[in-house]
Design a protein around this ligand. Structure first.
Ligand code: ASP
Length: 306
């Protein structure tokens, strides 16, 4: 039996202390800790890492602060097109959805793709149809609406750019876990970029780029400007640094973000856990919403660099 470990993120970006209020900080920390608890409750009972990461991400999707599920940003056309993926480090099975609309919890849909389909990635209307067939909960456009997000869209439209949910202080969400059996899993969910168009899809639903898990190495969930994470195949790169170069989790995670991503010009971070329950949370942006816990230790939560 190993000791369990769980880490979650709520997105990396330009999260500056000077632009936060104590109230906002506290609200985010509480939301992160609640999601961490949702995942930890499963691991504590001897449950599977795969169930724990799904539960943690689902809790973050239900919270309007984060750019996933309910809090997803708007596309250029004023819709919500969500991406999510989940991977089991024990079996290397994976499920993912892209550009899905009207599904309350895209991470649960990704899990259904993993469990109940012969595919890895479903997108758009087909993913929605699969959600219906699987009996997943749907939600109307009002559920995903917030004035704050709408204002962000108008600002981005005025600038004529698709933008990372940076100045939002809220972001893409993810979770990684190692359970008591030494099995790992990773999950990521996002609304993508504000004002995105042409069916843009980022790294979050792409296995190997935004999400990866392999018991032999680690489980990883990324956040940041997706185009760079796609080009860097970051989650798999980290796993490869461990597998082929023999690097430890901390060193490999640091290298993936601070050397390889920075060299490409990428901005963001990741969370990772190995099969011994070690955790790494590197980021090269101003901040990253994050929380983590190891069996027998107190939960921790962080927003800024220091
Ligand atoms: N990686 C996500 C994307 O590009 C965005 C984020 O992490 O905030 O879709």
């Amino acid at each position: 039996m190993s000791k369990y470990a769980l880490a979650i993120h709520g997105g990396a970006g330009t999260i500056l202390r000077s632009e936060m209020t104590a109230e906002k900080e506290k609200a985010h920390e509480q939301a992160l800790l609640a999601a961490l608890q949702a995942g930890e409750a499963i691991l504590k009972e001897g449950g599977a890492a795969l169930d724990a990461v799904e539960a943690a991400v689902r809790a973050l999707e239900d919270c309007e602060y984060f750019n996933a599920g309910r809090g997803s940003v708007f596309t250029h056309e004023g819709r919500h097109e969500m991406d999510a993926s989940i991977m089991c480090g024990k079996t290397l099975e994976a499920g993912a959805v892209a550009m899905v609309q009207g599904v309350k919890n895209p991470i649960c849909l990704a899990r259904r793709v993993l469990e109940a389909s012969e595919h890895v990635l479903l997108c758009g209307a087909g993913a929605r149809q699969f959600a219906r067939e699987q009996g997943l909960e749907e939600a109307p456009p009002e559920y995903f609406y917030s004035e704050f997000r709408h204002r962000q869209l108008e600002e981005a439209r005025a600038r004529g750019k698709a933008q990372l949910d940076h100045s939002r202080k809220y972001g893409t969400v993810g979770a990684v876990a190692c359970d008591r059996h030494g099995h790992t899993a990773a999950a990521t969910s996002t609304g993508g970029l504000t004002n995105k168009k042409y069916g843009r899809v980022g790294d979050s639903p792409i296995i190997g780029a935004g999400t990866y898990a392999n018991n032999r190495t680690c489980a990883v969930s990324c956040t940041g400007y997706g185009e760079y994470f796609l080009r860097g195949v970051v989650a798999y790169d980290l796993s490869c640094l461990m597998e082929y170069r023999g690097m430890g989790l901390e060193a490999a995670a640091y290298h993936a973000i601070h050397h390889r991503q920075l060299a490409l010009g990428g901005d963001g971070g990741l969370i990772a856990v190995d099969n011994k329950g070690n955790i790494a949370l590197p980021f090269n942006s101003a901040g990253m919403y994050r929380a983590w816990v190891k069996e027998g230790e107190k939960s921790s939560v962080g927003i800024y660099k220091d």
